[in-house]
Design a protein around this ligand. Sequence first.
Ligand code: BTN
Length: 258
Amino acid sequence: MISKESILKGLKTRIIGKKVFVFESIDSTNACARTLAEAGTAEGTVVVADYQTAGRGRLGRSWLSAPGTNLLFSIVLRPTLKKESAALLTFYSAVSIARALERVTGKPFECKWPNDILLNGRKCCGILLENSFLQDRFDFSVIGVGLNVNQSSFPDDLGNRATSLLVELGHQLDRTALLQELLRETDALLPIVHKGDVPTIMDEWNSRCLMFGKPVTITHGEERISGTALRLDAEGGLVINTPSGPSTFYAGDVTIVQ
Ligand code: BTN
C-alpha cells in the first residue's frame, strides 16, 4: 500500500502535498477532498487511496480501478481565477500530468478533449474536476486523477480504449515515485494558473492534442454529431465543423474517425 510517509519523503513541492491524506479504501477521493475543502483545508491538500468503492468519472459515470495497482488521488486548489476561466484548470491538470508521465517514462503522452491522457492512442488517465464557486470567483476546485499504472487487464466493455502504463511499457512502475513526480509537476505549473496565464497552458495542450483537422464524432447523451475538429474556444469548448457549420461543445466524448 502507498503510505503517507513514503509520499512525503523527499517531496520537494511548495504547495501541492503540504497536507496528505492516504486511505487503503475510500468511497471517492474527490468526495473526500470536497468535504475537506468545504471545511477549509488549505490549497494543495492531497487525498490518495489504494481503492475506491464509489469512484466517480465524468458525465456521471463510475471509475473502476483494481485495488492497490493504480494511482487514485485528488488535489484541492483554491484558484484566484474568475468562474469564466474554469477551463484553464482542466488543461493545466492534463498538461502537468502529461509532462510528469513523459519525464518518468520517456514516452510521448497525448491530451484528448476534454481531459483524458492517452499513451499509444489509448486512455491511461482520466481527470475529473469538481469546482465550487462563491459568486463569480472560485471557492475551491478538486482535481481528481485516475491513472492506470500497474493494472494488467481491463473489463471487456472498455474494448481496447483503456490501457495502463504496465500494458504499454511492459514493466511495472513504482507508484509512489510516480505520484511524487505528478505532484511536483502540478506544483511547478501552479503559479501559471494563479497568474491566469492561459496561453502558456493552452499552447502546450494544443500541441499535445492530435485531433485538430481530423474527422471526429462527438456524443453527448442522445446527441451524436460528426465533423472536423477545428480548435478550442476561449472557454475550452471544442469547435467542430459540421455539415451545417461550426458548432461548439462543452461536454461529451469525442473519437477520431479512422
Ligand atoms: C473520467 O471519467 O475520465 C475521469 C475519471 C476520474 C477518476 C478519478 S480517480 C480519483 C478521483 N476520485 C474520483 O472519484 N474520481 C477521480
